[in-house]
Design a protein around this ligand. Structure first.
Ligand SMILES: [Zn+2]
Length: 436
């Protein structure tokens, strides 16, 4: 027996009574089929509803209840998955309730996407070839293909964009969405939202019937097709096949905002958000900007200039720092070279391991004995050996007693230690060995 799909008649119905027709145990959980449902299944790029099922006509304390996290359309039946099965049985009378905040969020986002896609189509002949609705945002892929999309109709385009055959004149088709085009489409989409144009859904049994509507995309289904129209069906602001749920008027979308465009497989991927999510994003972005401006003691008009000024300063400071480090490296190497000894050990707090590497290389040239340079914060020792000594062998012999890791060859070795005491123990042990 088929499930009566109440969400098709009234998207604002949040709860209903129902009878369980089937209980199916599947690998991913228990699925219930009801005689009717307010749960809109996954479809048209829209995630499914979620909500609860509660045993009717039983005392609340003992009534069976469960959470429904997914609804799936399987032909004329809608399957509902339980996160936990309290033992529902065929014939049980239940009350179904959807999570309305989740549903309305879906509805706002879905219709926002329709309206923006309609704007790209009407303004530029851009065709929505892909749609994704995720937790982190929505994307649409806009293509410019010259010919009208198979089955798509030209009525909703201005006459001067059509060629004599009624097709889209592709001579001046853009090859991608520019930011200026995105802003124009966004402005147009929000104009449609502000006009609070009505949204109507019509159901058709066959593809031919549906294709008589001025849809902007080819009808991709053979039967049970729903066509969603924004505005007057005689001159729609948008018209497309879609099995999702949509608010009854454009104004309920509230806001559509585009964030980014990037090339994707020959198309333009447009990142957008709609509804309350667009507003929340706007708040977050404003707060970020406000914090940035406060940190830079700037306002809208000079925050970018101040930021760029900082970046230039940083680059200049970096250049100076590099020059100073080179000078320190050379001076330190010269000081070490001026004091030859069989064993020299120096520790550093403020120079990097990389600096010590440069110093050691310069100072060890032609030098006899063992030179050890230790970087204390990084707990690292560099050993430079000359004159028949073997830095690698010395490290291998002395480091393990202090949990040191590392090694090397005769001329150079390095070792790292778990803490400062271990590093200093290793340096002392090296000195003792060199005295022997
Ligand atoms: Zn839709």
């Amino acid at each position: 027996m088929a499930t009566k799909k109440l969400y098709q008649d009234d998207v604002y119905q949040k709860t209903c009574e129902a009878e369980i027709l089937q209980v199916e145990k599947e690998e991913d959980g228990t699925w219930l089929v009801f005689d009717q449902t307010v749960f809109a299944p996954e479809g048209g790029g829209q995630p499914s509803d979620r909500g609860t099922v509660l045993e009717a006509a039983a005392p609340l304390k003992t009534a069976k209840s469960a959470f429904i996290d997914r609804a799936e359309d399987r032909g004329d039946q809608v399957f509902h998955r339980l996160t936990e099965d309290p033992g529902f049985r065929t014939g049980d009378r239940v009350i179904l309730s959807i999570d309305w905040a989740v549903r309305f969020d879906h509805m706002q986002r879905h219709l926002g996407e329709h309206i923006l896609s309609g704007a790209f189509w009407r303004l530029f002949g851009g065709i929505n070839r892909g749609f994704h609705m995720g937790e982190d945002g929505m994307t649409i892929d806009i293509a410019f293909e010259g010919d009208l999309p198979g089955g798509g109709r030209a009525e909703i385009l201005p006459d001067d964009r059509l060629n004599p055959d009624g097709g889209l004149d592709d001579r001046d088709l853009p090859d991608r969405v520019t930011w200026e085009m995105a802003e124009a489409a966004e402005f147009e989409a929000n104009r449609v939202i502000q006009s609070d144009a009505p949204v109507s859904v019509r159901y058709f049994h066959t593809r031919d019937e549906a294709a008589r509507m001025p849809v902007r995309k080819a009808v991709a289904f053979d039967q049970e097709i729903s066509v969603v129209t924004v505005g007057d069906p005689a001159a729609p602001l948008d018209c497309v096949c879609c099995c999702g749920t949509h608010p009854s008027s454009a104004g309920q979308v509230g806001l559509v905002k585009i964030y980014k465009i990037e090339p994707n497989k020959g198309m333009s991927r447009v990142y957008l958000e709609a509804g309350s999510r667009a507003l929340v994003n706007a708040q977050r972005h404003f707060n970020l900007l406000y914090e940035l401006e406060t940190a830079l003691s700037a306002g809208d008009e000079d925050v970018l200039a101040k930021f760029r000024g900082r970046a230039e300063e940083e680059e200049a400071v970096h250049g100076q720092l590099t020059a100073l480090r080179r000078r320190v490296q050379t001076q330190e190497a010269a000081a070490i070279a001026a004091a030859p000894a069989p064993f020299t050990c120096r520790t550093y707090e403020d120079l990097s391991v990389d600096d010590l590497m440069q110093i050691g290389r310069k100072a060890a040239k032609g030098r006899a004995g063992l030179l050890v340079l230790a970087q204390v914060p990084d707990r690292t020792a560099l050993l430079f050996a000359g004159d028949g000594l073997d830095a690698g062998a010395l490290t291998k012999a002395a480091a393990p007693a202090f949990s040191g890791r590392g090694g090397g060859k005769a001329a150079f070795a390095r070792a790292t230690f778990p803490d400062e005491a271990a590093l200093r123990g290793f340096l002392t042990a090296l000195g003792d060995r060199m005295k022997e």
